[in-house]
Design a protein. Sequence first.
Length: 365
Amino acid sequence: MTMTPLETEIRRRIALAGPMPVRQYMTLCLADPKHGYYMTRDPLGRAGDFITAPEISQMFGELIGLWCAAVWHAMGRPENVRLVELGPGRGTLMQDALRAAQVMPAFRTALVAHLIEISPALRRRQQETLRTLDVPMLWHNSFDEVPDGPVIVIANEFFDALPVHQAVKQINGWYERTVGIDHADNLAFSIADEPIPLFDQLLPQQVRDAPLGALFEWRPDNIALQIGRRVARQGGAALVIDYGHTESAPGETLQAVGRHGFADPLGTPGEVDLTAHVDFQALALAAESMGVRVHGPLEQAEFLRRMGIERRAAALKANLSAEQAIGIDVAAARLTGEGRTGMGKMFKAVAFADPKLGALPGFVR
Ligand code: SAH
């Protein structure tokens, strides 16, 4: 089997410096400037490797646009607001959100859109999608480049793409999981020589009590801290939607996906998407430590229903043929459904808001 160019590079680094932490492996696979998965391609959509909620239906982005407009209103309608999207993919969510936000023209006039995107390929795609909109737009590499002031932040399927650390519990502590080369000359998982000092004390009780051999994944939650600090100090709110678990728990969720199917995470580095579930408890704790109020998490299905997906679907269907209307029903079922293809239960929505805002749309009945 031929080796991907990134595998050659990873083997070179392992030969030089020894096995690398899973987090470093995942970072190279996704974001290596030359060979990283997101840096070189547009992986989204039916023809790509996976499909996301905004690509399934315009209703998703529209409801988020209404959420943003309502939050802006609750903020006291500031004259200038930064509408920030983390990892905007093809720009579809932003496009649908801004169209829906036309119901509140003053909000459209007040906002500047800030798109946080590391991939040159997807940036081009976003610029193409959003080209004709009459809203000022700026692109950045990271959240901390967004200028001071009140913000409304949205992130769909962004956090799952951030690299995770993995550690394995042994009798005398937790050991960082690494990627090295085994006796058969294949990339293989292994663990570090020494346990991570004092790691146990940082873990929530239910993780600390896990049996020997258990695996725990975590992200250094810098972005959650930055968002929490910005929202708490300068006002606004953030909405995060992703798949994951409500409470921190042991277990491996690192997965590789290519061409709409599962793949081996070590098989073709740089050619497949790598993700891991979002630990909503850890995310919320990080943001909360900065002084925001946490709303949710609740299941995506419940969030979308409270935001009015049924009404929106009916309105769209009213202008369509019976055949086209079925497409709307199928999309709504996919976004809110349970089971293997449904996103409604697996995906969660959580918001971090300035405590002054009170109740938030979508998070109250
Ligand atoms: N939100 C979009 C795309 C999700 S895919 C949707 O729902 O369709 C993940 C997105 O995050 C891609 O745009 C990817 O290029 C971007 N991304 C991944 N890691 C990033 C990072 N560290 N900083 C900024 N963007 C990142």
